[in-house]
Design a protein. Structure first.
Length: 162
């Protein structure tokens, strides 16, 4: 099976996206996740997965068959005057809302550096930022937000030993 991946993803972001897709495939144990990688990459994938299970980890995975929320950062926008209608773009998927919010803040700072003076209004919440042209918001805007989706981990070795 092949899944689309943004080319810029690496490290935690890449592994979180792979894990997110693996969980949708209902992989039953960590070994199944690790087996998704090339032989030479499996030790690194296993170490990353084990780091999630350490107590106090900022990205800790919950126990057997407990719902967990994955946080995906998505960017969308349009500029009718310039014929700019890009598809929504995914910046990464995180198992920690704190990490997703840190990345969101970085992306907002980067995007602000590239915006023209047309984007004269902006709105911000903890999980969403939008810049737009006043009075023309539906035709000239950029939006970056954190979308959440619930996934269920079904890992071998849960409380019942299955």
């Amino acid at each position: 099976m092949s899944i689309g991946m943004p080319a810029h993803l690496a490290g935690d972001g890449l592994l979180a996206v792979v894990l997110h897709h693996a969980l949708h495939l209902e992989l039953k144990c960590p070994d199944s996740f690790v087996e998704l990688f090339h032989e030479e990459d499996r030790p690194a994938a296993r170490l990353w997965l084990e780091s999630l299970e350490k107590p106090g980890s900022k990205r800790a995975l919950p126990s057997h068959e407990v719902p967990v929320v994955a946080y995906t950062i998505v960017q969308a926008g349009a500029d009718v005057d310039h014929g700019f209608f890009p598809d929504p773009f995914t910046w990464g998927c995180y198992l920690s809302l704190d990490l997703a919010r840190e990345k969101l803040a970085e992306l907002i700072a980067q995007e602000k550096k590239t915006l023209s003076g047309r984007y004269d209004k902006e709105e911000r919440t903890d999980d969403c930022w939008e810049a737009y042209e006043d009075g023309y918001a539906a035709a000239c805007f950029v939006r970056i937000e954190i979308l959440s989706s619930e996934i269920v981990l079904n890992r071998k070795g849960g409380p019942d030993g299955a």
